[in-house]
Write a protein that binds this ligand. Structure first.
Ligand code: SAT
Ligand code: MN
Length: 580
């Protein structure tokens, strides 16, 4: 394998700091993957699952204090604090390296350092980007095999010797007290120490493809977003591509693989977590999925909620922190209505019903995208797919209607910037707390969020026909706490309305917050949903919105002059429309 001297020099420096016993350059081959699995089965990092029911599948149990992203230990390290902005944790680059350097120095002593050249994006795409990460975790290497394109293909896509994002990862002692996830967007560099879990450790995902890439995208004139990508096929076979931003563990994977309850309609999966979007020469917004696999939340994935997701993890899957049946099958809450007897919980302890969840609420499956039955035939098209609509969705029990459409691009950017959501187990901390999460990028924007809104506005101006922008909330509840909307496969009814709007046919009613489906415009055929419940799901209330806008105004204030005036103006315009 040929490598640039810049890459070799950087790897030498990483080795000098961490002092591994040996350095192995990964080639991404099947033999390499099998060898890693064998090593991990031997040392207990992986447990075999039942080869009959779950061929080539394994269970990994993480350290009990290392089960989700730790946002409080995640930093954007820019020369100027202002460039990280008020929504990011910030550390000066030199301080960050001094602190993390203490945890990393000699940290790979006696161990293997794996060097992983990886490609984010399809081979042959000018939108794809290269990373080179080093790690002392075989589990991370195997996961990177599934989540990215590892090996010579990566190095072949470097446009110059230094055209890669460098990532240094070490498990350290896995203690949150000595854990830091550091992004240096100005150096295109990542340092991560003290965690082996998910987005903390698989550096291609959140650290590279969102935090570093968002900053790079701003400089280069594209968008790196926390979005799924789908193709919605109508009964005539016409496919409309949409991208949707939603916070972690809020249904992106389920929506990306939805099985339509509407006859003749079908959803094709292009990606379930990240979209890189460029404006092409004709002014069309186009998206690629930079990832090669899915790192999805297991709990509540079932033949009912996500039949494609359930089918794709039947073989060749690494599970993390799920429960285990006596016959060696993985299990998690929601997979079957009743838990099987004699389960072991996610830490390997005997489990009885009533003892809390058997699988960790943020337990995951890691699997190649090509195993998904609904994977789009063109999902690796180097040109990406043309995006006609964008969706911002969050998890709100109250206030936010099931679906509404922005008046125009600027209003849509405002709606995205105004998102808030109830927190989930995907991040360490309290679950169910409402927090602001603009465009589902709060934990992932690698620069000042005020500038980020400005970049969105500027991108819209470059698109010939800007995609329609929609806001959704599948999670609104009635007074008794029940969900107002059935969700899952029935969400395709909402997608159908969006496609009709994009084509100029769907009927809508104007409200102060945007266009909502007119009476009868949502296809509810075959669904038993009383009209008052739908009205309640679509309702927007001036008093509730007044309070929400007060809160939003306070959120905006912290950006000072970095907040684009158009965003502030849209807030004022919403108040005027409500007459509040
Ligand atoms: O960041 S992870 O990859 O661990 C999962 C998520 O939060 O979306
Ligand atoms: Mn995500």
């Amino acid at each position: 394998m040929t490598t640039s001297s810049v890459a070799e020099k950087w790897v030498d420096e990483a080795a000098a700091l961490t002092q591994p016993a040996r350095v192995i350059w990964c080639d991404g081959s099947k033999g390499e993957y099998d060898g890693l699995v064998e090593t991990m089965l031997r040392d207990g990092t992986l447990l075999p699952l039942n080869p009959r029911t779950n061929p080539n599948s394994y269970l990994h149990r993480s350290h009990p204090q290392d089960v989700a992203r730790t946002e409080q230990l995640t930093f954007i390290c820019t020369g100027e604090r202002e460039d990280a902005g008020p929504t990011n944790n910030w550390m000066a680059p030199a301080d960050a390296k001094a602190r993390a350097g203490e945890y990393l120095r000699g940290g790979m002593w006696g161990r293997t350092m794996y060097v992983i050249p990886y490609l984010m994006g399809p081979a042959g795409s000018t939108m794809s980007r290269v990373g080179i990460m080093v790690t002392d975790s075989a589990y991370v290497v195997a996961s990177m095999h599934l989540m990215t394109r590892v090996g010579p293909v990566a190095l072949q896509h470097m446009r110059s010797d230094d055209d890669f994002v460098a990532g240094l990862h070490s498990l350290g002692d896995l203690s949150p007290d000595r854990r830091l996830i550091l992004q240096f967007p100005e150096e295109r560099l990542i340092w991560s120490v003290g965690s082996g879990y998910g987005g903390n450790a698989l550096l291609g995902k959140k650290c590279h493809a969102l935090r570093i890439a968002s900053a790079q995208a701003r400089q280069e004139g594209w968008l790196a977003e926390h979005m799924l990508i789908i193709g919605v096929e109508d009964p005539d076979g016409r496919v409309t591509y949409l991208a949707a931003a939603m916070p972690s563990a809020s249904g992106k994977t389920n929506l990306a693989m939805a099985v339509s309850t509407l006859p003749g309609w079908r959803v094709w999966t292009v990606g379930d977590d990240i979209a890189w979007m460029h404006v092409d020469a004709a002014g069309q917004l186009r998206a690629i999925n930079p990832e090669r696999g899915f790192f999805g939340v297991a709990p509540n994935t079932s033949p009912k909620t996500n039949p494609n997701g359930t089918a794709m993890v039947r073989s060749d899957t690494i599970f993390t922190n799920v429960a285990l049946t006596p016959s060696g099958e993985p299990w998690w809450e929601g997979l079957t209505p009743q838990p099987p007897a004699e389960l072991q919980d996610w830490q390997g302890r005997p489990w009885q019903p009533g003892q809390g969840p058997a699988a960790h609420p943020n337990s995951r499956f890691t699997v190649l995208a090509q195993q998904c039955p609904s994977i789009s035939p063109n999902w690796e098209d180097p040109l990406g797919v043309p995006i006609s609509g964008l969706i911002f969705g969050s998890r709100r029990s109250q206030v936010i209607p099931l679906v509404f459409e922005a008046f125009d691009w600027t209003h849509g950017v405002f709606l995205g910037s105004a998102m808030s959501t109830e927190t989930t187990a995907a991040i360490t901390g309290k679950v169910g707390v409402v927090r602001r999460d603009p465009m589902a990028m709060l934990p992932f924007c690698g620069y000042n969020m005020g500038d980020y809104f400005g970049h969105w506005l500027a991108t819209g101006a470059r698109v010939a026909r800007p995609p329609r922008i929609f806001r959704v909330n599948w999670f609104r509840r009635d007074a008794d706490g029940g969900f107002l909307w059935p969700g899952y496969g029935d969400n395709v009814r909402v997608l159908k309305w969006m496609v009709e709007r994009i084509r100029g046919a769907g009927r809508a009613e104007e409200t102060p917050v945007g266009y909502v489906p007119a009476s009868g415009a949502l296809d509810l055929g075959g669904l038993d949903l009383p009209a008052p419940r739908l009205r309640e799901a679509l309702r927007c209330d001036a008093r509730e919105w007044g309070l929400a806008l007060d809160d939003l105004e306070e959120f905006y204030r912290q950006f000072g002059s970095r907040l684009p005036p158009q965003i502030d103006e849209k807030l004022a315009e919403t108040r005027r429309r409500f007459g509040i």
